[in-house]
Ligand binder design. Structure first.
Ligand SMILES: *Cc1c(COP(=O)(O)O)cnc(C)c1O
Length: 412
């Protein structure tokens, strides 16, 4: 039973350890700054989570049950999550000017983003806590994901979205029957309103940053990457950063696999932010967070007041990595480059990770002899209007062979 492998919840701010059942979300001494991190008994975990055991387990994120904060007997949602493919792309590596480049395609998760890893956990934790309603504030992906997993588990979902959520993500929400509150404001406004609602109505809060268990779902991408690449682990892993939970989660997963002796070498983490919403990158320099107004077309990382910045900064620092900030135009260029070289369509926030890598190579922060993994965190169909901005219109043609021939002859 995996629950028993958990030993404590450690506050990332003051370092104090709390018993697993003693606190719900954040450290009682540090309040909102006191994000908690789940700790496990790794000696015990190592007894059963072995290479041989893994070989016989299902190809989804539940294969790491010893490292998840759940009762192994609890009912799991009937949607496939995790074990997303990794692709070697020599063509993209050449384009970027690197020795080797690997993609991990998270757009292949059931609702099309990385967020499915934590939403699956959120719904199970809500059930465990005896709640019939889960809520979250999200720019779109976490919401769509929570709504999907709530639907399959028969739990009610209430979703707070900011004004500018792209239409495809809204459709994804509404189609599941989720109750959707569109907040006249930013993501940060939606976040606070959701928080207030959860306190008032006793709903289960899916917001990853303050909920220590959910980031454990995100870490499964790191566990997988370690298993999938093994001795061929890349020198770098590039991840886009909004709140910071994704990057911190992946780093935790990678570290756990090293600790368990399942990989030998850890990569350096590259956190990529939109230049118009880069408070985490700034906090890496100054050691303190200065919230800002987020301005970027990459809605999934348009976070002006990140909750998990400390975990993300710690992860980048510990790994010897760096932060890179990219302009919106660089993301759109990377979106096209990625699709042309690999066939993978990424939403702007996901393409940001590639854009950051491109910039880091250009600025000689990454050596051409090195290798890198780009985590493609969300699918391009989630925000078609933005993608279209950077694309040419299709070639209009009358339904006649002569017209087609004339057109093709003209454009060559
Ligand atoms: C949420 C999200 C991110 C960033 O994750 P954080 O945990 O907020 O840092 C990146 N890309 C996509 C597509 C996302 O949905």
């Amino acid at each position: 039973m995996s629950q028993e492998h958990m030993t404590a919840l450690r506050c990332v701010h003051c370092g104090q350890r709390h018993p697993v059942d003693a606190v719900a979300y954040t450290c009682p001494h540090c309040g909102i700054e006191g994000i908690l991190d789940v700790e496990y008994d790794y000696n015990e975990v190592a007894g059963t989570l072995t290479r041989e055991a893994l070989a016989a387990r299902p190809l989804n994120q539940w294969r790491y049950e010893e490292l998840l904060p759940l009762d192994a007997r609890a009912e799991r949602p009937a949607l496939h999550v995790g074990m997303t493919p990794v692709y070697e792309s020599p063509a993209l590596a050449r384009d970027v000017g690197l020795e080797r480049l690997v993609l991990k395609d998270e757009g292949r998760n059931p609702t099309g983003s990385f967020k499915d890893r934590s939403s699956a956990l959120a719904v199970m934790k809500a059930r465990e806590a005896g709640r019939d309603t889960v809520a979250c504030a999200s720019a779109g992906n976490a919401a769509a994901s929570l709504a999907g997993f709530a639907a399959v588990m028969g739990v009610r979902s209430v979703i707070f979205v900011p004004q500018r959520t792209p239409e495809p993500k809204l459709a994804q929400l509404l189609v599941t029957g989720a109750r959707v509150l569109r907040v006249e404001g930013s993501y940060d406004d939606a976040y606070w309103l959701c928080q207030a609602a959860c306190e008032r109505y006793g709903w289960y809060n899916r917001n990853c940053a303050i909920n220590p268990y959910l980031v454990e779902g995100k870490k499964t991408a790191g566990l997988e990457l370690a298993e999938q690449l093994g001795a061929r682990m890349t020198d770098w892993v590039a991840v886009s950063v909004g709140d910071g939970c994704t990057l911190a989660g992946i780093w935790k997963g990678l570290k756990e696999m090293k600790r368990l002796g399942l990989i030998e070498r850890l990569p350096r983490m590259m956190g990529v932010q939109a230049a118009g919403a880069a408070p985490v990158a700034a906090a890496m320099e100054t050691g303190a967070l200065k919230p800002m107004e987020a301005r970027t077309l990459a809605d999934s990382i348009a976070v002006g007041w990140p909750r998990n910045w400390r975990k993300a900064v710690d992860a980048v620092r510990e790994s010897g990595g760096c932060f890179v900030s990219v302009e919106d135009a660089e993301m759109l260029a990377a979106q096209g480059q990625l699709a042309r070289r690999t066939g993978v369509f990424a939403e702007p926030a996901a393409a940001a990770a590639l854009a950051g890598l491109v910039r880091a190579v250009r600025e000689k922060r990454v050596d051409p002899a090195e290798s890198a993994t780009v985590v493609v965190t969300g699918h391009g169909l989630k925000d078609v209007r933005t993608a279209m901005q950077a694309l040419e219109a299709p070639l209009d043609v009358a339904p006649r062979v002569e017209a087609m021939e004339a057109l093709l002859a003209r454009i060559g």
